[in-house]
Design a protein around this ligand. Structure first.
Ligand SMILES: Nc1ncnc2c1ncn2[C@@H]1O[C@H](COP(=O)(O)OP(=O)(O)OP(=O)(O)O)[C@@H](O)[C@H]1O
Ligand SMILES: [Mg+2]
Length: 380
């Protein structure tokens, strides 16, 4: 059935006969082009509004997640699921339309913290009921593939002298890409695994009075809570200076909301840098490199992507510096919290040697910076 017919049929079921439905395309739509807001009127007067979202391929997990949240969430986390339609080759979900309280609420710390607390509630809930539905997505394999595609794009651009400005990141990107499975193992061991939103950025949050509702659960999966936390803090800081300024306060707020001590230990920061690098390689950096490479994209889009790619590359370099083999960090001599001496001594080695020396749990090499991240888990 055509999308329009599916939406009209649903509107008729909800509002009865004699209605007119106006479809308004919504911005975004990278994962599911065609997402619409349906405005329902009767004799010219508005009687309701809802969102109709086509689910493509694997993104049908979004329906499972909405159903889980409806059943189990202790607090409201997402728009209400009004219904769904399973066609022969496509599914659609119908969601409550949520009007945000302002277009850009993120200048206010309390608003930023509401999202962090919402993520903490999600991460604190049991993922068991949805685990089977989400397990079909081999995220680790997809991430590895995405990381190599990113590396290839970056190398191609470097070769053509078109890579984003700033310090070159070729070697760091190669090392992190190669070591990614091991680093991921360490990240998951550090923070444990939980249900994640998987795409926490300002475009996927609507702030209503006193609550932050998370939209777009198409990338929901099981993973490290820090991937969500870092995704939110990084993405909102990119656009909002106040979020950047309060970066550490937001992280502390998250720990407190999980019932953990609010101290930002070095292990915690290192795990965050791993989560950030992992997020960079999951498609975000590649997306911005593709925009930079595309001759058809506008100047403005290129400028934004230039800045975004440089920002993601900074995270990659930070993770690389923190996790490669080297002498113990020197107090005060560190950039991004890591030793300059380590960086110097490693610069002389080949990427392969360095990748194999990247820090991983349980290492017994005497010059390894530390044996493993101490785990970060909720008490009890
Ligand atoms: N229930 C809702 N209430 C209010 N706005 C919504 C709702 N659902 C979606 N939107 C708006 O539509 C946009 C696109 O929706 P969504 O993020 O679900 O689609 P998507 O295809 O996964 O997008 P993208 O790939 O760009 O992240 C959102 O950024 C948000 O602005
Ligand atoms: Mg979205």
């Amino acid at each position: 059935m055509l999308f329009d017919c599916v939406v009209t049929q649903f509107a008729n079921e909800q509002f009865g006969p004699g209605i007119q439905v106006k479809m308004v395309p919504l911005r975004g739509g990278l994962e599911s082009p065609g997402i619409m807001r349906a405005d329902v009127r009767r004799q010219g007067a508005r009687v309701g509004s809802f969102v109709a979202k086509p689910l493509l391929g694997a993104s049908t997990r979004e329906l499972h997640v909405y159903q889980l949240l409806e059943r189990t969430a202790r607090q409201r986390m997402a728009p209400a699921l009004l219904g769904w339609h399973a066609g022969q080759d496509q599914e659609h979900i119908f969601l409550e339309w949520v009007a945000g309280q302002s277009r850009w609420p993120w200048r206010n710390f309390d608003s930023l913290a509401l999202v962090i607390e919402q993520l903490a509630s999600l991460h604190g809930a049991s993922a068991e009921p949805v685990e089977a539905a989400l397990a079909e997505w081999d995220y680790e394999a997809e991430l590895r593939e995405s990381a190599y595609a990113t590396l290839e794009a970056y190398n191609r651009m470097s070769f053509q002298r078109k890579s984003p400005a700033g310090r070159p990141a070729t070697a760091a990107l190669a090392r992190i890409t190669e070591a990614l499975p091991r680093l991921r193992g360490q990240l998951l061991a550090f923070a444990g695994t939980t249900l994640l939103h998987g795409d926490a950025h300002p475009g996927n949050v609507v702030l209503t009075r006193g609550n932050a509702l998370l939209l777009d659960w198409s990338r929901a999966r099981i993973g490290s809570a820090l991937e969500d936390v870092c995704s939110w803090v990084h993405s909102v800081s990119f656009w909002e200076p106040e979020a950047k300024r309060r970066h550490d306060s937001l992280l502390r707020r998250y720990l407190l909301a999980r019932g953990l001590p609010a101290a930002l230990s070095r292990d915690f920061r290192d795990a965050c840098s791993l989560a950030g690098a992992s997020n960079a390689l999951s498609g975000a950096l590649h997306y911005h490199l593709a925009i930079l490479e595309d001759p058809k994209t506008s100047r403005r889009a290129k400028d934004d992507s230039h800045r975004a790619a440089a920002d993601w590359l900074r995270l990659i370099r930070r993770a690389d510096t923190c996790f490669r083999e080297g002498p113990v960090r020197k107090r005060g001599g560190a950039k991004d919290g890591c030793s300059r001496q380590t960086a110097r001594s490693n610069r002389a080695r080949s990427p392969r040697q360095l990748a194999s020396g990247l820090h991983i749990q349980g290492g017994n090499s005497s010059n390894r910076r530390r044996s493993a991240l101490k785990s970060f888990r909720e008490p009890g």
